[in-house]
Design a protein around this ligand. Structure first.
Ligand SMILES: [Zn+2]
Length: 442
């Protein structure tokens, strides 16, 4: 395949040849071979496929929320070509046998994937490390979806094992002894969108995050393990991670939503860690834009509307996000809030580096042809109805995003969209290709 007239981040317009699964050549002009498919990019922007290092695709166990098929299609439609799946499925991915069950389910994916090994009081590291796991974690220092909270002894043993095996260990850092139980005992009136969800932010305090990160990074420094702090939601948490030599991630919901949005979102805005105040949101955004934060990942945690249409204390935590991450970031770049170079670092180059995905994250000869073509001049409104996740809703309803017009996985078209004359992605002609995603470690 030959892509012609593609603009790269930085401004160069190039022709790019894909030979099989890899990028073969990038030059100002390349002549088409006989029988070669040629796609004229018409000066649209070509990006490396995004790597979402934090998703919960729910299979096995909860296919009514998401499956590998629906989750990976949602990813492809949002320009994500690789995901790393977290272990709090049913059964949890804490044994070799559970890994095998997840690996079976993941064969339905149309994009690339890594499967993480989970840590719990009774995990079986020996059998897990016999399998092609991507990394360890997320390790839950506080209970979240899946009741996988671990005691300090188990955490420290897991970090030592990660150091020995030379794999990154991703940590969900909240210290539940610092949660505000008075808030938890308050009467949260209303259900769904009408629930008083601000109490969730009061309950899971900002201090609980920074203190847990400090502990996790101390253990990391003692053992020499590569600690990655998942979904940091506060400037204090990010700064603590950096001081402790850990890498860290921020989720789109903590970048683009704050407690001010909870009036409207209700339980649809309940996630862990919770949304923070507008001042903290802005401080987090600054740290993403200036390069302090290493990666953006989604914590894509789909739940059905029925499950969210309950009272605050009964609703499950988490929001879908794999389809809207890159579009939201590209819309920020379009508006000058952060650079396109920074977007590529956050969602491609840095996650590839942190999780040792050697052939991904860059547009260079020899790299996998995981590519995304976008038109930055054509942002579109984000709507529940257009989301391909089985959950069928988004916390970013009504915001704007720059969505892919073409997504390639190892040189194969996995998603193609022809923009319609009328406004709105829902009216566009979309097609998914029949692509077999691969385990990035297999
Ligand atoms: Zn988490």
């Amino acid at each position: 395949m030959l892509l012609t007239n593609a603009e790269l981040v930085g401004g160069r317009t190039v022709d790019l040849r894909i030979d099989g699964e890899q990028i073969a050549a990038i030059k100002s002009t390349l002549d088409p071979h006989a029988d070669e498919r040629v796609i004229d990019a018409e000066k649209r922007l070509l990006l490396p496929g995004a790597i979402d290092a934090h998703v919960h695709f729910r299979e096995p166990g909860d296919p009514h929320k998401e499956t590998w098929e629906t989750g990976s299609r949602s990813a492809a439609a949002g320009g994500v070509t690789t995901v790393i799946d977290m272990p709090n499925t049913t059964p949890p991915t804490t044994t070799g046998e559970a890994f095998d069950a997840k690996a079976d389910a993941a064969r339905a994916a149309c994009i690339e994937y890594g499967i993480n090994g989970g840590v719990s009081g009774d995990w079986e590291p020996d059998s897990l490390f016999e399998r092609p796991i991507c990394a360890l974690g997320e390790v839950f220092l506080a209970d979240s979806t899946g009741d996988m909270g671990v005691a300090p002894d188990d955490f420290e043993a897991a970090v030592e094992r990660a150091a020995d095996e030379e794999v990154t260990i991703t940590v969900h850092a909240e210290d539940e002894t610092l949660f505000d139980d008075d808030a938890r005992n308050a009467d949260a009136s209303g259900v769904g969108h009408a629930a008083n969800a601000d109490l969730w932010s009061t309950y899971r305090t900002a201090a609980a995050e920074a203190v847990a990160i400090e502990y996790a990074t101390e253990v990391g420094q003692e053992t020499g393990a590569d600690i990655h702090i998942a979904h940091t939601s506060t400037p204090e948490g990010i700064d603590t991670a950096v001081d402790g030599d850990a890498t860290c991630e921020v989720c789109p919901h903590h970048l683009y939503l704050s407690r001010d949005d909870l009036d409207e979102l209700g339980t649809y805005g309940r996630m862990n860690p919770p949304l923070r105040g507008e001042d903290r949101r802005q401080a987090v955004f600054e740290r993403v834009a200036d390069g302090t934060v290493d990666i953006v990942a989604t914590d894509h945690a789909p739940h059905t509307r029925e499950e969210k249409e309950t009272g605050l204390w009964d609703a499950p935590s988490g929001v879908p996000g794999v389809e809207t991450m890159l579009p939201l970031l590209l819309n920020s770049a379009r508006q000058g809030e952060l650079s396109y170079e920074r977007v590529v670092d956050l969602v491609a180059r840095n996650p590839a580096d942190i999780f040792d995905l050697d052939s991904k994250g860059q547009i260079e000869p020899g790299y996998d042809a995981d590519l995304v073509l976008v038109d930055p001049d054509n942002p579109q409104a984000i709507h529940d109805d257009d989301i391909h996740s089985k959950s069928g809703w988004t916390p970013f309803e009504g915001r704007r995003g720059v969505f892919p017009e073409l997504t390639l996985v190892r040189g194969q078209v996995v998603y193609e969209r022809t923009p319609s004359e009328r406004h709105g992605r829902g009216e566009d002609d979309e097609q998914f290709g029949d692509v077999d995603g691969q385990n990035v470690r297999a």
